[in-house]
Design a protein around this ligand. Structure first.
Ligand code: VGL
Ligand code: ZN
Length: 195
């Protein structure tokens, strides 16, 4: 499928943060592999004047998702720490819109739409189609894609720009299947044309 990038299209880069990359607190195996392809998408969208959005997991130190506070994850992406920074090689444009999520201790939010103004921002810019990539396929990417579909956006999943945790070996495959079943269209960079 060939897709022509339009003005009302937005790129959503999910949680490409140091803690989710090898060496971080909650590493996605080979999570840093998404950086290069996502940089190409960023370049294309920027060149077209299309919106680039980056979400980040942005937890207080005592977040309820941490094992220490009854959750299931090791401490990760704590606000204003190095682990919460975007990957050093991710080339976000100057006018990137950053969406911080799961910022309250007692609320988990895998989706970039949950407890944020992402929907408002997109609708305010007249965005109809979103292209979603980043980390992790089986958690925050999946939740963001499913919310976008529910909210009525046309959603493209960047198959060459996602990577999963795979606590169970097939979690990512299953997540991708679910996103596609529910209406997302899988796409790779070669299928996306500027213009
Ligand atoms: C994520 C686990 C915990 C993610 C965030 O970004 O996919 N996963 N917090
Ligand atoms: Zn988290």
């Amino acid at each position: 499928m060939k897709v022509r990038l339009g003005k009302k299209d937005a790129l959503i880069i999910v949680d490409v943060q140091k803690d989710f990359c090898p060496g971080g607190a909650l590493p996605v195996p080979q999570g840093d592999k998404v950086v290069e392809p996502l940089n190409r998408y960023i370049h294309l969208f920027s060149r077209h004047g299309s919106l680039v959005i980056a979400t980040r997991d942005w937890h207080p130190e005592n977040h309820s998702s941490f094992e220490e506070y009854g959750g299931i994850w090791p401490k990760h992406c704590i606000q204003n720490t190095e682990g919460a920074e975007f990957h050093d090689d991710l080339k976000l444009p100057e006018d990137v819109i950053i969406i911080s999520k799961a910022t309250e201790a007692d609320k988990e939010a895998y989706s970039g739409f949950e407890g944020t103004n992402l929907e408002k921002i997109l609708k305010g810019h007249g965005v109809r189609r979103v292209y979603v990539g980043g980390l992790a396929t089986d958690y925050c990417v999946k939740a963001t894609v499913l919310d976008a579909l529910r909210l009525g956006f046309c959603v493209f999943l960047l198959l060459d720009g996602i990577c999963g945790v795979n606590i169970n070996p097939e979690d990512s495959e299953r997540a991708i299947a679910e996103m596609l079943e529910k209406g997302a269209a899988g796409i790779i960079l070669d299928e996306l044309k500027g213009g």
